[in-house]
Design a protein around this ligand. Structure first.
Ligand SMILES: NC(=O)c1ccc[n+]([C@@H]2O[C@H](COP(=O)([O-])OP(=O)(O)OC[C@H]3O[C@@H](n4cnc5c(N)ncnc54)[C@H](OP(=O)(O)O)[C@@H]3O)[C@@H](O)[C@H]2O)c1
Length: 239
């Protein structure tokens, strides 16, 4: 049965991934949390006996290294079939292109872009990914140039710039990983505007619907999908 790894699983969309996947008790799930001292009650409540909760601060490359070593021990020879780089931040949503805080942008890039890059790099170094691994980088419509051109006034500049960077990372990973894993598929996804802490006021989608759709897309991926950007309904998003 498949092995799933989900970052940022203690709440929000990551938690919903675990809730749905843990309903199939044979699924092995690596569910990560930024800190083991976070409130993990919700995550423990939805976990199966095959769910392993591990610490990974995706904004800290040394934490990612420790986490992948720990994952290697936990899986003892098994490989990860689905790596879902879900953890992310949008901590300064009111900044626009004329008020970007350099440290804010650096932090968002560190978590939203460098985190998924280093996680994949470290999984490759530890030989933890299956030959036909599916890697999903959790993006946003706000990471699409085309979508942003139609949003007036523009919003969440700092976050959007980081997610556009994540989209470009996806395109590079989809090429670079082909030399390492013959049947790998790397994509990025827009989950829709979902009712989580990040989604905030006005969000329209239930996490159950967004994640149910994303899992359907992930389970139906074909070779030609490598390097593409999809919505949770499976439609391709224009860059
Ligand atoms: N909700 C939406 O409408 C929406 C729309 C588009 C894209 N997204 C994307 O979907 C993903 C999940 O968002 P969400 O709505 O579930 O947000 P959320 O409710 O704010 O949850 C974010 C998750 O990411 C974790 N995280 C943040 N920084 C981390 C770090 N440095 N190391 C490890 N974990 C970290 C958080 O852990 P802590 O509890 O420790 O902070 C939390 O588990 C994000 O990538 C987000 O950009 C969401």
């Amino acid at each position: 049965m498949p092995v799933y790894c989900i970052t940022g699983a203690n709440r929000g969309l990551g938690l919903e991934f675990v809730r749905q996947l843990a309903k199939t008790p044979d699924n092995t799930i690596i569910a990560t949390t930024r800190s083991m001292s976070s409130d993990l009650d919700d995550l423990k409540a939805v976990s199966s006996s095959n769910t392993h909760i591990l610490e990974c601060d995706t904004g800290d490359p040394s934490s990612i290294e420790s986490f992948t070593s720990e994952t290697k021990k936990v899986l003892s020879g098994k490989k990860v079939d689905f790596l879902l780089n879900n953890a992310g931040v949008n901590s300064v949503p009111t900044q626009n292109s004329l008020s970007i805080g350099p440290e804010d942008l650096q932090r968002e890039i560190s978590i939203n872009v460098i985190g998924p890059a280093k996680t994949v790099e470290s999984f490759i170094a530890q030989d933890l990914l299956a030959q036909n691994a599916r890697i999903m980088n959790m993006s946003s419509g706000l990471g699409s140039m085309s979508v942003n051109l139609s949003i007036n006034p523009r919003k969440c500049a700092t976050y959007g710039i980081s997610k556009a960077g994540l989209n470009m990372l996806t395109v590079h990973q989809s090429g670079d990983l082909k030399g390492k894993l013959s049947d790998v598929i790397v994509i990025c996804m827009d989950p829709g505007w979902v009712k989580t802490r990040m989604g905030g006021e006005g969000a329209v989608l239930e996490p159950e619907v967004s994640i149910g759709g994303m899992l359907k897309v992930l389970h139906g991926l074909k070779d030609g999908d490598n390097g593409k950007f999809f919505t949770y309904t499976g439609e391709e998003v224009k860059w």
